[in-house]
Design a protein around this ligand. Structure first.
Ligand SMILES: [Zn+2]
Length: 462
């Protein structure tokens, strides 16, 4: 019994309950902050108690979905999982999530934790939790005004990983920056990526950022580019190339917006297929990441397959809600790569439904909206979809679409939320589906507007 830790857990749990009762929000940050004020070692003491250790998931895109998939797989395999589900991925949010699942004596009620960590918080999170597995997804340009250049993030990650020789690093080596970052580490490395030519892009998109060799600075050559700068690459300058894949996805089938499936090819195993109720190539990467981490944890393919089959979309990630007889599909967009992938998914599935794009520029979205100009929106102009824009920077989005050749007669700028939601829904016919693409704070506002209209549950109860 550790009285200080016990007090920290008590303070965290009580304040979380109070915040929710008062309707002030999800209670995911302040409680953890209070806990670490009472006991600065709270997170490391709590995570040390987990008999099967912690898995830390990091990357610019896909953390929430991947962590959720992995947690579902582990639950299907019969484990009690601690998970920071509400997307509170700073040290204080993670502390609050583990405290929430601990007794008032400071004992954690769980066997293993799946923790998603924000890019900037990653070094502190791994220092305090000493993870058994670190799962690295990708590094894209995202909110540069908040994090600084990709190089800075890569350097701090490199330092944090060097200090973790006992961890297994499960890494997407289709990302050349992550491949270079992890190839000299003393820790065990399990690589994953796509072994598939059919999903390749004709050329690197404008938002591809890290397509330069991290060793010698020469632009990389791609045998296949799959998504932004992710692909099968090699360096004509020094010979650096994508390392061999320990776990690969091949025979990928993307079936509209409803399903995807692929074959898992791993060393020493018969190939086996997974099938998931999500879509888009980026979700193939997320699912493959969860598969690779689950294999590193020794979970059998049948249980992994069952866990993925049971995974549902996370908050705002291709989430579908019904409102006034219309179906709304909500897809969070955070950066040009994410926006490109949503456009690719809609156009390749030949979906010509009305779109509402909501762009905010508050701190959590990134203050700088120049990223809209890095996205490849030209394919949208080729479809028949009407597009509505809204949010604080809705007019900037409309301007960007005009420059992408989008016909002005199919473009309309709406007000901010909640007005934009009502205006958009009244443009849809009963039974019709509309797609809403919000940035992060616009997603929160959309969720509030839907909750006020009796539609979606508050996100922290998911
Ligand atoms: Zn090179």
């Amino acid at each position: 019994m550790d009285p200080r830790l016990s007090l920290a857990v008590g303070v965290s749990r009580l304040s979380a309950t109070a915040i929710r009762r008062l309707g002030w929000g999800g209670g995911t940050a302040l409680p953890g902050l209070l806990a670490s004020l009472v006991d600065p070692a709270a997170l490391s003491k709590l995570s040390r108690q987990l008999p099967a250790g912690c898995v830390v998931v990091a990357g610019t895109n896909g953390k929430t979905t991947t962590a959720r998939m992995l947690a579902t797989i582990l639950k299907q395999a019969g484990h009690r999982v601690v998970h920071n589900r509400a997307g509170s991925n700073l040290v204080r949010g993670i502390t609050a999530a583990i405290a929430e699942q601990s007794s008032l004596l400071g004992r954690v009620r769980g066997e293993i934790a799946v923790l998603e960590a924000d890019e900037a918080a990653f070094p502190a999170v791994v220092r305090q939790t000493s993870p058994r597995i670190v799962l690295l997804l990708n590094l894209f340009r995202d909110q540069l005004d908040r994090y600084g250049e990709l190089d800075t993030v890569a350097r701090t990650w490199g330092e944090a990983l060097t200090a973790l020789p006992a961890a297994s690093i499960v890494v997407n080596v289709d990302d050349p920056a992550l491949a270079a970052l992890t190839d000299q580490l003393a820790s065990r490395r399990l690589t994953f990526g796509l072994a598939e030519q059919r999903c390749a892009l004709d050329q690197l998109p404008h938002a591809a950022d890290a397509a330069v060799c991290r060793r010698c600075g020469t632009p990389l050559t791609y045998r296949a580019a799959f998504l932004s700068h992710l692909g099968d690459y090699w360096c004509p300058g020094c010979g650096f190339e994508r390392p061999p894949l320990d776990v690969a996805a091949r025979a990928i089938a993307l079936e509209g917006l409803e399903r995807l499936s692929f074959e898992v090819a791993a060393l020493g195993q018969q190939p086996w297929r997974v099938d998931i109720a999500l879509s888009g190539l980026y979700n193939v990467y997320n699912a493959l990441a969860a598969v690779a981490a689950a294999q590193a944890l020794g979970i059998a393919p049948e249980l992994i397959r069952a866990g993925l089959a049971a995974t549902r979309a996370a908050f705002g990630r291709l989430e579908r809600v019904c409102y006034r007889d219309r179906s709304l599909v909500i897809v969070l967009i955070k950066n040009p790569t994410g926006l490109n992938e949503v456009v690719r998914m809609l156009t390749s599935a030949r979906i010509e439904a009305p779109l509402l794009i909501l762009i905010n520029d508050l701190d959590a979205d990134g203050r700088d909206v120049s990223w809209l100009w890095d996205a490849d929106l030209e394919p949208l102009a080729q479809t028949g979809s009407p597009v509505f824009t809204g949010g604080i920077r809705g007019a900037d989005m409309a301007l960007r679409l005009k420059y992408a050749g989008f016909p002005v007669e199919r473009l309309r700028v709406l007000d901010d939320l909640p007005g934009a939601l009502d205006a958009f829904v009244s443009e849809l016919a009963p039974g019709q589906t509309g797609y809403i693409l919000p940035t992060y704070t616009a997603l929160l506002a959309l969720r509030r507007a839907l909750a006020e209209r009796g539609v979606a549950p508050a996100f922290w109860r998911q």
